[in-house]
Structure formats: structure tokens, C-alpha cells
Design a protein around this ligand. Structure first.
Ligand code: HEM
Length: 454
């Protein structure tokens, strides 16, 4: 443990290669490398991912709180996030103060409880409709289904767009742009986008086709007199409380794109893991079915059911604990700063890992086991802040956290009400792929089993 009363404490870490530092181990086995670092070097472990970059892995919740909350003004987002900028521009995920603070205020109403209850109706309809054609015994690629469902939900809640149009128009260019952004994130040397490398050209092309669709939708809305209660309508009507100004055309585009990117792959990954975990734990699945049968029975779920589905919520929390979609992220110091007695220099990157914290024996009994019951009796309140933080924290806490919980609970409820998903008998070993999010490597193939006794 660190001792705040002592003079600055020094940090240590593995010796890396002269130029690339620890990049090879980090890239080939991210989760294993980070776990070894935390074990060997303690709560602040130093490593390098290139010739100059100084990185530190922080695994003490009190220090994480200082970075994200009490001393957040000393930090900006870490450098890799800039790889997303061609796609999401200066939306709230990538922007910094003062734009971030101002935009966060304008966007917040789209995520108000009452609006999320409205979106819940779409979540229920879309999932029920999507799964309505599944046949008993059919094999599905569950990871793809979860992506399609969450994409359809964000299309509907954002643009009131019918899901078939949405997938064709937005799904494809979004997918290509995301792949390009992830590639760019992993480059050690990121050339500016105007340099005509093959990757840069492909990335720009993908973003241009996405832009065409989004600008077209915004343009149509601007000439439309009708009142729209979807997210786009709320963003377009948002006004600054002081001077009454709204968002510029480009800012709306950036925020729309940001919500799409930040909000669909994360929830779909969480859902994939939840269904995988359920398939491996029949005793949990049985309790889930009992809850769904008694709270909802044979009728369609309604938004008000969310409160009753406490076991389903705990399944989601526990899936987010074991496989946090945002499994690591970083902050770059913009001034020299001391955190928990450790000195950091301007330019240092401090990495925080949900995966490591959530699997720590210090805070969780049997940390690698799937036990949704652990979240009963206000367990979260007994934890130190930032021992469990799937949605981040501080002024940049996930703005879509309630949206995501509502979505995950209703997607599980609508599917599990009617079906069980079993891992295909010839399935490869399920492993993690640390990508933009922590996904199941090579996807999940699952067999649909219709529940007979409902
Ligand atoms: C299980 C699903 C989700 C997880 C695990 C998740 C996780 C996170 C995390 C950890 C952050 C903080 C990143 C940082 O501080 O660097 C974040 C930010 C954000 N998330 Fe989520 N998220 C999820 C779903 C959503 C959804 C559904 C939406 C929107 C519909 C959304 C929109 C955003 C936005 C806009 C930000 C940036 C907030 C800011 O910087 O002010 N997220 N998310």
C-alpha cells in the first residue's frame, strides 16, 4: 500500500527493449502482461510501449479515484483515443474542457430517466421482433446477433429509423470505420490522416460514406417541421442555458457518431458474454427463468418491469465484472502531478484496468467465478469506489450507463423468456480478444433451444 505521509515514492516495472519497450508483450497478450505487471510490481507499475512513451499501470482504487475524480483536472484522455477522431471528431468521448463540459450539459437530457424509459419500449420491440424467427435447434452466431440487436436499438432510439434500413445504411460503413480506427489505435506511429497511406485512404473513405448518411439524415430533419422525440431530436433542440445557443451542424454530427460508436459495441459485447456465462451455468439460468416467469410470465415485458428484474440486473453486473467491455483505458498528465505520493511527469500515461480490478481477490471472493448473487444486498455500496467501475467514473463517467443497463436487461429478458442459448457442441475454446472492447475471440456460435414450459 502507498503511504501518503512519505516523500515521493518511486515506481518500478519490467525492463523492455531499447526502442519498443514492452510493446510486444503488451500486444501479444495484453491481459496476461497487465496481470503479471500488477502482481510483480504492485499498485503502480511502469512500462513503455515505444521509445519515449512512459506508461504506468495503476491498480489501487484510491489512486484511480484521484486520477478520475479529485485530480482529474491534471489529465486528458490518453493518446490512443485520438485514433477515433476521424470518425467521432470532437464529440464528448474525445473532446476536452471546456468543450467537453459544455457539450455534456447539452447532451445529458437525451439520457434522462424519462427518455430512457421511452427507449426501453424500442429495446423490447426490437429484440422481440429480431428473435421471433429463431427456430428450435438452429445455430446462430450470437456475437453477430448481439451486434445487430444493439445497432438496431441505437438506430431506432437515435433516428427513429427502421432497422432494416439502418443496418444497410449505417451498419456497414460503421463497421468498416470501427475496424480502421482500431487498426490506427494499435499503430505505434500514427501518421496524420492527410498522408496518403493505404490505411489512411481506406479509413477516410469509410468515414466519408458514414458521413454521407448521417449528414443526409440531419439535413432532412432540419427541413422537417414535425417534433421528434428521438435522440437526434433532443440533440437538435438542445440549447445552452446561458446564451440559448444550439449545437453547430458539425457538432451534432460528431455527437451522433460518438453515441453510435460508444454505445453499440460495448453493450453488444456485454450481452455476448452474459449469454456465454448463462450457457455455462445452468443453475443461474434456472433462477433467471424463474424470475422472468414470475415477473413477466407470458406477456410482453414493459419498461416498468426493469425494477422487478433484480436477478437479471445482477447477471448483467456480474458479466460486466468478469468481462468488462471497457477493460482498460488511460489518462495523460498535462502537468507534473503527485498521485498517492507517487510523482508523475507531464506527458506520462496512467492506465486503469477494469479487468484487473474486477478480478482482484482483495475485493471479490472467488473472483474468477460467475456468481450474480454477490451483487445482492447492496454489495456495490460495500466496495471501495473504483474497485468495480465498468462505466468509468468522475466527470467523464459513461453518459449511457443507465441506457446500457436497461438495454442489457431487456435484451436478456426478451430472449431468455423464450429461448435458451447453448454453446455449439463443436465450439472452439472461448477466449478473450482485447480489441477496442474485450470481446470473445472468434465469436460465439450458439444453438437456440425453445423453452417448452412457458
Ligand atoms: C455495457 C455498456 C457500456 C460500457 C461498459 C461503457 C463504458 C464506458 C466507459 C468506461 C466510459 C468512460 C471512458 C473514459 O472515461 O475514458 C464511457 C464513456 C462514454 N459512453 Fe459508455 N459504456 C457502455 C454503453 C454506452 C451506451 C449504451 C452509450 C450511449 C448510448 C454510451 C455512451 C458513452 C459516451 C458518449 C461516453 C463519453 C462520456 C464522456 O466522456 O463524457 N456508452 N463508457
Amino acid at each position: 500500500m502507498n503511504d501518503n505521509s512519505a516523500s515521493p515514492i518511486s515506481h518500478s516495472g519490467p525492463k523492455g527493449k531499447l526502442i519498443t519497450g514492452n510493446l510486444r508483450e503488451f500486444k501479444s497478450d495484453t491481459v496476461g502482461f497487465l496481470s503479471r505487471m500488477a502482481k510483480e510490481y504492485g499498485e503502480v507499475a511502469r512500462f513503455r510501449l515505444g521509445p519515449f512513451q512512459r506508461n504506468y499501470l495503476i491498480t489501487n482504487p484510491d489512486l484511480i479515484k484521484e486520477i478520475l475524480v479529485t485530480k482529474s483536472k491534471y489529465f486528458v484522455k490518453s493518446q490512443e483515443f485520438s485514433a477515433l477522431k476521424p470518425m467521432i471528431g470532437e464529440g464528448i468521448f474525445t473532446s476536452e474542457k471546456p468543450l467537453h463540459t459544455q457539450q455534456r450539459k447539452l447532451i445529458q437530457p437525451a439520457f434522462k430517466r424519462a427518455n430512457i424509459d421511452n427507449y426501453a419500449l424500442d429495446m423490447i420491440d426490437i429484440t422481440t421482433d429480431f428473435a421471433s424467427t429463431w427456430q428450435d435447434g438452429e445455430e446462430r452466431i450470437a456475437t453477430r446477433d448481439m451486434m445487430d440487436i444493439t445497432l438496431n436499438i441505437i438506430n431506432k432510439t437515435m433516428f427513429s429509423m427502421d432497422f432494416k434500413d439502418g443496418h444497410h445504411l449505417i451498419g456497414k460503413p460503421l463497421d468498416v470505420s470501427m475496424q480502421m480506427a482500431v487498426k490506427r489505435m494499435r499503430f505505434v506511429l500514427r501518421l496524420p490522416l492527410w498522408v496518403p497511406t493505404k490505411h489512411n485512404r481506406e479509413y477516410k473513405k469509410a468515414v466519408q460514406s458514414l458521413d454521407q448518411v448521417v449528414y443526409d439524415i440531419i439535413e432532412k430533419r432540419r427541413s422537417d417541421e414535425a417534433v421528434h422525440e428521438d435522440m437526434l431530436g433532443i440533440l437538435m433542440d438542445a440549447r445552452d442555458e446561458n446564451d440559448g445557443s444550439g449545437m453547430s451542424y458539425n457538432q451534432i454530427r460528431d455527437e451522433v457518431m460518438t453515441i453510435f460508436v460508444a454505445g453499440h459495441e460495448t453493450t453488444s459485447t456485454a450481452l455476448s458474454w452474459a449469454f456465454y456465462l448463462l450457457s455455462q451455468h445452468p443453475e443461474v439460468e434456472k433462477k433467471l427463468h424463474e424470475e422472468l416467469d414470475s415477473a413477466i410470465g407470458s406477456r410482453m415485458p414493459v419498461p416498468g418491469d426493469f425494477k422487478k428484474l433484480t436477478y437479471t440486473q445482477n447477471i448483467v453486473w456480474e458479466a460486466l465484472r468478469l468481462y468488462p467491455p471497457a477493460f482498460i483505458y488511460g489518462r495523460r498528465a498535462i502537468e507534473d502531478v503527485e498521485i498517492g505520493g507517487y510523482p508523475f511527469k507531464k506527458g506520462d500515461t496512467l492506465m486503469l484496468s477494469q479487468y484487473l480490478m474486477h478480478r482482484s481477490e482483495k475485493y471479490f471472493d472467488n473472483p474468477d467465478s460467475f456468481i450474480p448473487e454477490r451483487f445482492e444486498n447492496n454489495f456495490m455500496k460495500t466496495l471501495p469506489l473504483f474497485a468495480f467501475f465498468p462505466f468509468g467514473g468522475g466527470p467523464r463517467v459513461c453518459i449511457g450507463n443507465h441506457f446500457a443497463m436497461m438495454e442489457a436487461v431487456f435484451v436478456i429478458a426478451c430472449i431468455a423468456k423464450r429461448y435458451r442459448l447453448r454453446l455449439a457442441p463443436d465450439h472452439h475454446e472461448v477466449k478473450m480478444l482485447p480489441h477496442l472492447t474485450l470481446r470473445p475471440r472468434r465469436g460465439l456460435r450458439m444453438i437456440v433451444e425453445e423453452r417448452k414450459n412457458i
